[in-house]
Design a protein. Structure first.
Length: 306
């Protein structure tokens, strides 16, 4: 099974944080469930154009999932339109901590409102009263439920392509639990800062990460259950259209370069075609979990040194 993990486009909160930093000014002004910014809408359209064209002949194999948060719903919409496929709104793939404003709990859209606003989206799993907030321990338990669901699908042995549009912190958590053996430090975390203290795998807005699950690898390949083909690819965006990865003491151009050339993503290749990955039989060329651990350790050291 091919698993494409995609972060939503730039949201109003992302833009606000870029302007104010992650301090009180940001938290006092942030929205509970922000829509995409103008840049985020462009990123979503470009993602839909590129990935939609590349996955079109795989349409019978594609399953689209997204969270119940507005920014994820808006991000997946152009791709769903390009492929003419329904979207399952899954209650377990929203952002860490859920819906909140400051220290106050809040709720997102309920099932009926969501389905009215996004025709063709299947919101039957979303509570009618909407989803609320959560603790970090609950986020980790939720990520483990998602992994169990994915493993169940992968065990069926087909070549399904699951496209999940979710959120930066949740995808970081999901990636670590999938790829790093014994990753459990987050189970005891009481806040998101503690949860991501030891390692953090950021993604650009509409960045794409590709994993393979449930495929018996060739004899010459590493024998593990999950393979990472790449993390945080954003070839569908020009450099000035990228957002989401901001390093300390680094300008936007440097941040985009970091995501573009391999320190946080994969080598830039403007001719990269996702359809060539999902259609050609896999030969086992991917990063096994042990290599991922080493790369993440290097990346964490790099972040802390800045």
């Amino acid at each position: 099974m091919h698993l494409l993990l995609i972060r939503h486009g730039q949201s109003g909160n992302n833009l606000l944080e870029a302007e104010h930093g992650a301090g009180d000014a940001f938290y006092n002004k942030r929205s509970v469930d922000p829509p995409l910014s103008k840049l985020g809408e462009l990123q979503a359209r470009l993602l839909g154009l590129r990935l939609g064209a590349q996955l079109r002949r795989s349409k019978p194999k594609v399953r689209l999932l997204c969270s119940s948060m507005m920014r994820a719903l808006q991000t997946v919409a152009p791709l769903a339109s390009a492929l003419q496929l329904p979207v399952t709104v899954h209650p377990d793939v929203h952002e860490v901590r859920g819906f909140f404003h400051g220290v106050e709990k809040a709720r997102g859209m309920g099932r009926s409102q969501l389905e009215r606003q996004f025709p063709g989206f299947d919101g039957r799993l979303v509570p009618e009263e909407g989803q609320g907030s959560e603790t970090c321990a609950e986020a980790t338990a939720r990520a483990r439920r998602v992994i169990a669901m994915l493993q169940g699908w992968a065990s069926q042995g087909d070549e399904e392509i699951v496209v999940m549009v979710s959120h930066n912190d949740f995808l970081d958590l999901l990636g670590r639990l999938l790829l790093v053996p014994g990753a459990s430090a987050s189970d005891a975390a009481e806040d998101s800062e503690e949860m991501f203290r030891d390692s953090y795998w950021p993604m650009n807005n509409t960045g794409v990460s590709h994993l393979i699950m449930g495929v018996r690898p060739p004899a010459q390949a590493y024998q593990v259950g999950v393979y990472l083909l790449y993390w945080n690819r954003s070839d569908h965006l020009g450099e000035e259209q990228r957002s989401g990865v901001h390093l300390k003491n680094a300008g936007f151009t440097q941040s985009a370069e970091w995501a573009r050339v391999g320190k946080g993503g994969s080598e830039f290749d403007p001719g990269f075609d996702e359809s060539q990955v999902v259609h050609i039989p896999w030969q086992g060329f991917a990063l096994p979990a042990g290599v991922v651990v080493a790369l993440c350790a290097i990346a964490s050291m790099y972040f802390k040194s800045m």
